[in-house]
Design a protein around this ligand. Structure first.
Ligand code: UD2
Length: 307
C-alpha cells in the first residue's frame, strides 16, 4: 500500500508520515518546505520526498500517474487565518485550487484510490455560540482561510458522492506537540509558550486569557487519522480534537507547573475576529474507536520533555 502526504514535512504531516511508515506503508511526500522541514520526518530514508509546490499542476498529475498512491492525505495548506486576510488570492490557490485540481484529475483519469482525506479546520464554525461544535452544527466561515476550507470540504464531499470517489474530511481543532514551528506570531500558541518558557522570553497574552480552546496532542490526531483510514469511511466529516475546553489562563497555569518555571506575561489587546470559545463534540470519532490518550497535562509534559 502506498500513501501520498502533501505537506508531509510539516508539523502534523511529518507525524503522520512516521506513523504510516511504522504501519508498513510506502510513503511519498510533497512539500514546498514553506513551513515544513525535512528534519521533522524521522524515517527520511524510508520515504520518497519531492520538494515541490502542490500548485504545480503538471508535476502533481505526473506524480499521481507515476506513484499511483492508494491513500492521499491532503495536508498542504497555508494554515494561517492572518495570511489569508493579507494575501487571499495566494492562500486560495493553495487551500482550495490545488485540492480541487487534484480531485478533478482523479475523477478524469479514474485513478483507483482507496481514500482521499482532506484536512479542514475548526475555523469553519466561526464564532457561532453553539457548543460543543458538532460536525453538523451551523458553520460561519469568517476569513478567506475558513471559506476556502469549508468550500473545499464541500467539493471533496460532493466529488465523493457524485463521482463515487472515496473521500473524507477532517476538521482539526488546536493541535500541539513536537515539531510545531513557533516562528510566526500566528504559530500555535503552545509552540510559542514552549519557546518562551525555554528561552525565558516574555509571552504576549492577547486578551484576558479567558478565551477557550480544545487542544489535542498530535499523537491523538494521528490516531484519529489512522482510524478513519482503517474504517474505509466515505463522504463524512470528522472533528479531530480532545473534547475538552480549556481557557488560555488555565493552560498557562498548567504549563508553568509542568515546566516548573513561571512565565513572564505581557498583556496585549485581544486579536480581532478571534473565536471566544471553542470545544468539539468528538462522538463521531469515538464511534470509530478513538480514545484520547493524552490529557492536556500529559501532552504538555511530553512536549516539554522534548523541548
Ligand atoms: C486556530 C488555528 C487557525 C484557525 C483558527 C480557527 C492554530 C495554530 N491556528 O487559531 O489556523 O484554524 O484556529 O478558529 O491551530 N495567543 C496569545 N499569544 C500568542 C499566540 C496566541 O495570547 O503569542 C492566543 C490567541 O490570541 C488565541 C489563543 O492564544 O486566543 C490560541 O491561539 P492560536 O493561534 O494557537 O490558535 P487559534 O485558535 O487562534
Amino acid at each position: 500500500m502506498k500513501a501520498l502526504v502533501t505537506g508531509g514535512a510539516g508539523f502534523i504531516g511529518s507525524h503522520l508520515v512516521d506513523h504510516l511508515v511504522a504501519e508498513g506503508l510506502d510513503v511519498v511526500v510533497v512539500d514546498n518546505l514553506s513551513m515544513g522541514d525535512l528534519h521533522n520526518i524521522k524515517h527520511q530514508d524510508k520515504v520518497t520526498v519531492y520538494v515541490e509546490d502542490v500548485r504545480n499542476e503538471k508535476f502533481m498529475q505526473q506524480l499521481l500517474q507515476e506513484e499511483q498512491p492508494d491513500y492521499i492525505y491532503f495536508l498542504a495548506a497555508v494554515a494561517s487565518v492572518a495570511d489569508s486576510i493579507e494575501r487571499p488570492a495566494e492562500t486560495h490557490s493553495v487551500n482550495q485550487t490545488a485540492v480541487f485540481n487534484m480531485l478533478e484529475y482523479i475523477r478524469k483519469t479514474n485513478l483507483p484510490i482507496k481514500q482521499f482525506l482532506f484536512t479542514s479546520s475548526a475555523a469553519v464554525y466561526g464564532n457561532l455560540p453553539e457548543l460543543p461544535k458538532k460536525e453538523d452544527s451551523r458553520v460561519d466561515p469568517l476569513s478567506p482561510y475558513a471559506i476556502d476550507k469549508y468550500a473545499t470540504e464541500r467539493f471533496v464531499l460532493a466529488y465523493g458522492e457524485l463521482y463515487d470517489l472515496p473521500t473524507v474530511c477532517v476538521r482539526f481543532f488546536n493541535v500541539y506537540g513536537p515539531g510545531q514551528n513557533p516562528s510566526s506570531p500566528y504559530s500555535g500558541v503552545l509552540s510559542i509558550l514552549t519557546d518562551c518558557l525555554n528561552k525565558k522570553k516574555p509571552f504576549t497574552l492577547y486578551g484576558d486569557g479567558s478565551q477557550t480552546r480544545d487542544f489535542v496532542y498530535v499523537e491523538d490526531v494521528i490516531q484519529a487519522l489512522w482510524l478513519i483510514t482503517k474504517s474505509d469511511t466515505e463522504h463524512e466529516v470528522f472533528n479531530i480534537a480532545n473534547g475538552n475546553e480549556a481557557s488560555l489562563n488555565a493552560i498557562i497555569e498548567t504549563y508553568e507547573k509542568v515546566a516548573g518555571t513561571s512565565l513572564q506575561i505581557k498583556k496585549a489587546p485581544g486579536r480581532e475576529g478571534e473565536v471566544k470559545r471553542s470545544v468539539a463534540n468528538i462522538g463521531k470519532l469515538i464511534k470509530l474507536g478513538y480514545t484520547t490518550k493524552w490529557s492536556l497535562e500529559a501532552g504538555l509534559s511530553k512536549y516539554w520533555e522534548g523541548a
